[in-house]
Design a protein around this ligand. Structure first.
Ligand code: PAP
Length: 296
C-alpha cells in the first residue's frame, strides 16, 4: 500500500492525544496508545540478545559475537523506531537471513502480511508490578539525560493503571499475544521474563526448538545453550563498554536498558494500595484468559 505523508500527518493530527512522560505525546490508534520511545520494559533487550545468539550460533561464539560491540537493539532493529521510521521502503535484502526484527506493536496492529506469512513471533511478557517500576526508572534516566523534569512514581503509576502508556493498555497488549500463542503455537511463542530468570537455559532451548534450530546432541554436550545464556546475561552485557557509554538512538543511552533485572523489585517502590490496585487489574484483565504471573 502507498502511503502519502500528507494523509499520514492528517491522520495523526486527528487522533486523540495524552501528554506523555517524555514529550510530545501519546496518540490513541486502534485502541492502543502509540509513543515515540521504545518502552514496554518487559525484557526485549534480553530476548533480542538471546534470539540473535541462538539463530547465529554457527557463525558466532562468545569471543567473536557482535554483542561485544553492539547493543542488542542495534542487532535486532525495531520496525517502527528504526527500520521504517525514516524510510517507507527499507531494503530488507541488506539483512542476512534468517532476518530478525523487533516490534512493540500490539498483535492486532501487525500488518496482515506478517500474520499470514511464515514469519514467527516471539513475545516476552513481564509481570505488571515490575514493569511499572522498570519503566519509571527508564524514563527517569531519559529525562535526566534530556534535562527535563522528573515525574513521581505515583504519577507514572496512575497513568499506567489508566492504560495510558506506550503501546498500552499493557494488559490488552499482553493478552493479545497470549491469545494468539494459544491459538497458533507454531506462529507465536509467548515467554515470561520470570521464567527466563528462573531457568534461562530451558527457555533458550525452547526458543531454539520454536525457530526450528534445536540444539544437537553435540551442542548439548558442549553446553552451547549454557554458553549463550552466559553471554547474554545482564552481568555480562551491562559490563561491556558499548553498553556503558554507547547510544543506540539519539538520546538513548545504552546503559538505561540494563538496570537490576530482578523479579520482585516492586516491593521497594510500590505502596500496599498501589499493589492492591494493580493486582485487581491483573485479576480483571488477565486472569480470565488464564494469564498469570509470578511476582516474586
Ligand atoms: P525496552 O522495552 O525498553 O526495550 P526492556 O529490555 O524490555 O526494555 O526491559 C528492560 C528490563 O530488562 C530492565 O529491567 P529492570 O528495570 O527491572 O532492571 C533491565 O534491567 C532488564 N534487562 C536488560 N537486559 C537484561 C538481561 N540480559 N538479563 C536480564 N534482564 C535484563
Amino acid at each position: 500500500m502507498e502511503y502519502h505523508q500528507e494523509e499520514m500527518d492528517e491522520l495523526i493530527a486527528s487522533l486523540p492525544k495524552e501528554k506523555a512522560f517524555l514529550a510530545p505525546s501519546l496518540c490513541l490508534y486502534q485502541n492502543f496508545w502509540f509513543p515515540v520511545t521504545p518502552q514496554p520494559k518487559t525484557g526485549t533487550t534480553w530476548l533480542k540478545a538471546l534470539v540473535f545468539s541462538i539463530v547465529n550460533r554457527h557463525r558466532f561464539n562468545p569471543s567473536n559475537t557482535p554483542l561485544l560491540a553492539s547493543n542488542p537493539h542495534e542487532l535486532v532493529p525495531f520496525l517502527e523506531f528504526t527500520l521504517y521510521a525514516n524510510n517507507a521502503k527499507p531494503n530488507l535484502d541488506d539483512f542476512p537471513k534468517p532476518r530478525i526484527f523487533s516490534t512493540h506493536l500490539p498483535y492486532s496492529c501487525l500488518p496482515e502480511s506478517m500474520k499470514r506469512s511464515n514469519c514467527q513471533v516471539i513475545y516476552i511478557s513481564h509481570n505488571p508490578l515490575d514493569t511499572v517500576v522498570s519503566s519509571w526508572h527508564f524514563f527517569k534516566s531519559l529525562v535526566q539525560s534530556e534535562n527535563q523534569p522528573e515525574r513521581s512514581m505515583e504519577e507514572h503509576f496512575e497513568t499506567f493503571c489508566q492504560g495510558i502508556t506506550g503501546f498500552g493498555p499493557f494488559w490488552d497488549h499482553t493478552v493479545g499475544y497470549w491469545n494468539e500463542s494459544l491459538e497458533k503455537p507454531h506462529k507465536v511463542l509467548f515467554l515470561k521474563y520470570e521464567d527466563l530468570k528462573e531457568d534461562v537455559v530451558a527457555q533458550v532451548k525452547k526458543v531454539a526448538e520454536f525457530v526450528g534450530l534445536p540444539f544437537s546432541l553435540g551442542e548439548e554436550k558442549e553446553g552451547v545453550a549454557q554458553e549463550i545464556a552466559e553471554t547474554c546475561s545482564l552481568r555480562k552485557l551491562k559490563d561491556l563498554e558499548v553498553n556503558k557509554t554507547g547510544k543506540f538512538m539519539p538520546n538513548f543511552e545504552n546503559r538505561s536498558y540494563f538496570r537490576k533485572g530482578e523479579v520482585g523489585d516492586w516491593v521497594n517502590y510500590l505502596s500496599p494500595p498501589m499493589v492492591a490496585c494493580l493486582r485487581r487489574i491483573m485479576e480483571e484483565k488477565m486472569s480470565p484468559f488464564g494469564l498469570e504471573f509470578k511476582t516474586c
